[in-house]
Design a protein around this ligand. Structure first.
Ligand code: PLP
Length: 496
């Protein structure tokens, strides 16, 4: 008799090493040659579906070397490569190689970071990661929090903590009904769509959102904010939260955080900063001033899977007084026996957020922070900003390009044909159509991946550089590609 059960899903040690080493070789080669590949193959969903086939659920098992080879091929040959040095779309970063190894390790050990007893070391590592992220952005040490799946969840997690903390009644027992839709909250027009999702999902409705206009620099107009709060108070509403952006999702503008903080103080409102994209730039001494006011925030959302280059998924909610998270999310069912050390209360992350069972997403962030240190991150983030500024400067001097905005590492620009005349009546619409067609063409062709922004009715190409692989040469080449393809699209539209 042996106590080794023969399970069909177990892999022998020899075989695991054989296929594992091969997979590591293939991944290493994939990373090594990523700059030679197109950013995307531009295959249609139908073509992708054909490659995958539509076999029904397999009845029997299959050879695992072949399975790994097939899976690697499908993914490496038919994905959009956000690790490519010319990928500048949306806000998705090149993933750190150490993050891939960290996820491999985390999955192998598989700690459930919902409760300390299930993940003693992983819980301690997550706690240290949260502390380091707090130090990274320069927030006071009282901040604590939790890792979540991304920016949306990081903002949701804070939103509900704010609501529990500032509600005039006990939301836990009474719910929202007695408040009769009186709770309202404030954010600028440039705020990410998470706020609408939050309004809908958490029972306020989108009418509870006070969209504050932006000023000429695209920052929240704090005079209008003040006025709107006063009007709401006069009308018996219950304001509870103001959201400031530290890098808005479209053009990277950082709101005047100190001004928002003092308005929040005046009216006893929760001040939340959505720093999902931009707040890591606060680590750079010369940009620190832009982020003044971080210290005054009640909560902050950040996204290690954006500008800390962690592979998806990793977001983080930081709260100045983490007790507000526990007040919002904790409950103690009879079937949990999780607080067994009387003298030393255990840290159970299920009490800090939405999730119960939780994966170990902190590991990839924790390891990357140590691999290069704060110094390495300063170098990479600073370089991303330099490259973005370089793209803007080159667009500015090019006769066929218009440089539109540049903030943090986001540049917007558009192609303007040399025979375009300011005086033509339909020119505005034409330029929008031209640049939209150009973007679609660029995205399909796969030489470079940009996304779009609409700035004061101008349809722009948008490059967001959160990419530690991008070089000066890439920027130069991107300028050439945009102009070359822009001319072609213009000719086509002119029927030439
Ligand atoms: C990206 C982003 C979000 C959403 O984050 P996800 O990780 O995509 O969920 C929210 N706010 C801002 C400012 C962002 O840039």
């Amino acid at each position: 008799m042996t106590n080794k059960r023969k399970s069909p899903i177990e892999i022998s040690s020899d075989e695991f090493k054989k296929i594992g080493y091969k997979l590591v070789d293939d991944i290493s080669n994939f990373i090594e040659t990523i700059n030679e590949k197109p950013v995307t193959t531009g295959e249609t969903p139908k073509q992708i579906q054909q490659l995958l086939g539509n076999a029904s659920l397999p009845e029997n098992g299959t050879n695992i070397s072949e399975l790994i080879a097939k899976s690697s091929d499908l993914l490496m040959q038919h994905s959009l490569l956000n690790g490519h040095p010319k990928f500048f779309g949306y806000i998705t970063s090149s993933p750190t190689p150490i993050g891939a190894l960290a996820d491999f390790l985390a999955a192998a050990v598989n700690p459930n970071v919902g409760a300390n007893i299930l993940s003693p070391m992983a819980t301690a590592i997550e706690k240290q990661t949260v502390k380091w992220l707090t130090e990274f952005i320069g927030a006071p040490p009282s901040f604590g929090g939790i890792l979540v799946s991304g920016g949306n969840m990081a903002n949701f997690t804070a939103f509900l903590a704010a609501r529990t903390a500032k509600a005039p009644t006990s939301l836990k027992e009474d719910g929202l009904m007695p408040l009769n839709g009186e709770m309202v909250f404030y954010c600028s027009k440039a705020t990410h769509t998470w706020i609408e999702k939050a309004a809908v999902l958490f029972g306020h409705g989108t009418k509870a959102i006070r969209w504050i206009p932006t000023d000429a620099e695209n920052k929240m107009n704090t005079e209008i904010l003040s006025q709107t709060i006063s009007d709401d108070l006069k009308n018996g509403k219950k304001p509870f939260l103001v959201i400031g952006n530290a890098g808005d999702v479209s053009t990277g503008v950082v709101d005047n955080l100190t001004a928002i903080a003092s308005i929040c103080k005046e009216h006893n409102l929760w001040f939340h900063i959505d720093g999902a994209y931009g707040i890591p730039a606060a680590v750079i001494p010369k940009y620190k001033k832009l982020f003044e006011g971080i210290q005054e925030a009640d909560s902050i959302a950040l996204d290690p899977h954006k500008w800390l280059y962690a592979p998806l998924e990793a977001g983080c909610t930081l709260v100045k007084n983490p007790q507000h998270l526990i007040d919002t999310y904790s409950s103690h069912p009879a079937y949990y026996n999780f607080s067994n050390h009387e003298d030393e209360p255990s840290l159970n992350y299920y009490e800090f957020g939405f999730q119960n069972s939780r994966g170990f997403r902190a590991l990839k962030v924790w390891m990357a922070l140590q691999q290069v240190g704060k110094k390495g991150y300063i170098e990479m983030i600073d370089k991303d900003i330099d490259l973005s500024q370089m793209l803007f400067a080159q667009a500015k001097i090019h006769p066929e390009l218009e440089a539109v905005t540049q903030n943090l590492s986001i540049t917007t620009l558009r192609f303007v044909p040399s025979d375009y005349s300011q005086l033509e009546k339909e020119s505005h619409e034409y330029l929008n159509r031209l640049n939209e067609n150009l973007l679609n063409k660029l995205q399909e062709a796969g030489e470079v991946f940009l996304s779009n922004a609409v700035v004061e009715d101008k349809y722009c190409l948008r490059a967001c550089i959160v990419n530690f692989r991008t070089s000066e040469k890439d920027i130069q080449e991107v300028i050439e590609i945009i102009v070359r393809e822009g001319r072609k699209v213009h000719e086509t539209l002119q029927g030439k």
